[in-house]
Design a protein around this ligand. Sequence first.
Ligand SMILES: [Zn+2]
Ligand SMILES: [Zn+2]
Length: 348
Amino acid sequence: MFRDLLECTPRGLYCPAGDFYVDPWASVDCAILTHAHADHARSGSKRYLSAKSSESLLRVRLGQSIDLQTVAYGESLRIKDARVSLHPAGHILGSSQVRIEVAGRVALITGDYKLQSDLTCDAWEPVRCDLMVSESTFGLPVFRWPETRLVIQEMIGWWEENQRQGRTSLLLAYSVGKAQRVLAEIFRECGVEVASKVAVHGAMLGPNRAYVSAGVALPELPSAASLGGQHDWSESLVIGPPSTQSTPWMERFSDPSIAMASGWMAIRGTRRRRNVERGFVLSDHVDWPDLLTAIGQCQPEQVWVTHGFSEVVSRYLTECGTAAEVLQTRFAGEESEPTLAEKSEEAS
Ligand SMILES: [Zn+2]
Ligand SMILES: [Zn+2]
């Protein structure tokens, strides 16, 4: 019943009235991008449209030479027979929800989103719609995020304890979004003077610069590799992407205490399976209560549920009286639980 608004095609989510795709997984002529994570922003399309604040990260990811038009949040634009505007999704810097209006009816593609506060991006905004496409990465009742500030204080306590013991604090966090959010929170709590004890993996230098150029206050941090073999790591906090675990990059640190910041840390057993000493429950996606709050505030007639626990969420919504369907997409969820991520890699 919403096919004039939106269709799920082999190339991705397609709006026939506007002849454009949102976060397509194949090359297309016109792609609107919700945010700069790899499963949503793919190279190869002719023209791109995104939020203004997403530009620096998208150019880091897709190359400086992409044909990218940007709009401010809330700015409305006509694309053929569709009216399009982007609204903050609260997920990472520049992340957007795409509002598409055709003949008086509204579809909202939320991309990835969260309702929790984040110093490094604009806060999620409810948008009234008839059709809502929602992710469900953490769409199970067991996922309920603690206050960000409490998690950060716990993290700082862990770092202080490691300093007393002369151990490097190595925090594994996704390099686009999570790392910058953690850094911004830590500097707010501890002051920027602690920056002299903080280093990052080289993969974070580009994203960090993109955040700074978009106006997010982050001190310039060195890459761990640039500090040389003689560096004293005993008081350091080092942030690296989860993929660096058990790689030679880690061998430079003195008896590191390894921790991970992820929504998956809310599940008993993940910490042990990932072989990390500490787990901090910090996610850039909605938890179960916030997923339901968001749907309640957007008041859709129908919800299409994608990446994550889409069956569970779809069934729950239907039982509660909101029409819902599972939507098969190729969004993977950058924060996938490792075993699931490995499986989906094998499958693709
Ligand atoms: Zn994402
Ligand atoms: Zn996603």
